[in-house]
Write a protein that binds this ligand. Structure first.
Ligand code: DX5
Ligand code: ZN
Length: 246
């Protein structure tokens, strides 16, 4: 059972007090911080760049999950590596205008986890040639460019196929969903095989960030998750569990 990872998307945070918002979601149980980079070309919106990622880096030791919705990510990726990204996800669509395989290899060589994303209209077949080289598959559950959109349930077919691919290839690529993730759509996504939940509105618009994050995880607190994880590890490796001779 893969650990459920919650990655708040700071696109929905109050940028006038970004440092405080980062500290709050970290204290509330966030696992990663999701940074949406938009260039006004690949998507019809402009967000922020490597400087802001650098600011976030100084405020937290949580992994920074950088989502590049930009053209020519191969040109800009090194700046996000320098800013402190832990994983960098690029898009597979031709509009991103780069050599996907080459960019993924460059991200891995730079010491970051390579991720690949596909938009709702993009067939799963487009990412299949690259599944062997990535660590994160980001399945967009809305068309990228804005927060606050509604989740598209038909996308779960792709999440299921990714989970089947993991199983048949004995791999554990993180299957990440992004867009319209709430407690309800998180449950549906996890049931279909997702293990990383990106959420902007449902966390940063909530009064209680801790409750919002627990609800996304299906009500599990950090202690409960650890215990659950320990139990499943014990089931998989009974020889590791403590016994009279240990
Ligand atoms: C959209 C971004 C998402 C977005 C999620 O293009 O990739 O990360 O910020 O926001 P919500 O959770 O509000 O849909
Ligand atoms: Zn995103």
């Amino acid at each position: 059972m893969q650990r459920i990872i919650v990655a708040p998307s700071i696109l929905a945070a109050d940028f006038s007090r970004l440092a405080e918002e980062i500290h709050r979601v970290e204290a509330a149980g966030a696992d990663w911080i999701h940074c949406d980079i938009m260039d006004g070309h690949f998507v019809d919106n402009i967000s922020f760049g490597p400087e802001i990622v650098g600011v976030v880096r100084k405020e937290t030791s949580l992994p920074l999950d950088v989502h590049l919705m930009i053209q020519t990510p191969d040109h800009y990726a090194p700046r996000f590596v320098k800013a402190g990204a832990n994983s960098i996800t690029i898009h597979v669509e031709p509009e991103a205008n780069h050599d996907v395989g080459k960019t993924l290899r460059a991200i891995r060589r730079a010491g970051c986890r390579p991720g690949l994303s596909l938009n709702p209209a993009t067939p799963f077949e487009s990412v299949e040639p690259f599944l062997d080289t990535i660590e994160i598959l980001l399945v967009m559950t809305v068309h990228p460019g804005f927060g606050g959109q509604s989740f598209r349930p038909e996308i779960m077919e792709k999440v299921k196929r990714a989970a089947e691919w993991n199983k048949s290839h004995k791999r554990k690529i993180d299957i990440e969903v992004d867009g319209g993730i709430t407690a309800e759509t998180a449950r549906v996504s996890i049931q279909n095989g997702a293990n990383v939940l990106v959420a902007g509105t449902s966390i940063f618009r909530a009064k209680d960030y801790g409750k919002a994050i627990r609800d996304l995880r299906g009500g599990l607190t950090r202690a409960m998750r650890t215990e659950r994880h320990r139990q499943s590890a014990k089931m998989c490796h009974p020889e590791l569990s403590e016994g009279p001779h240990s």
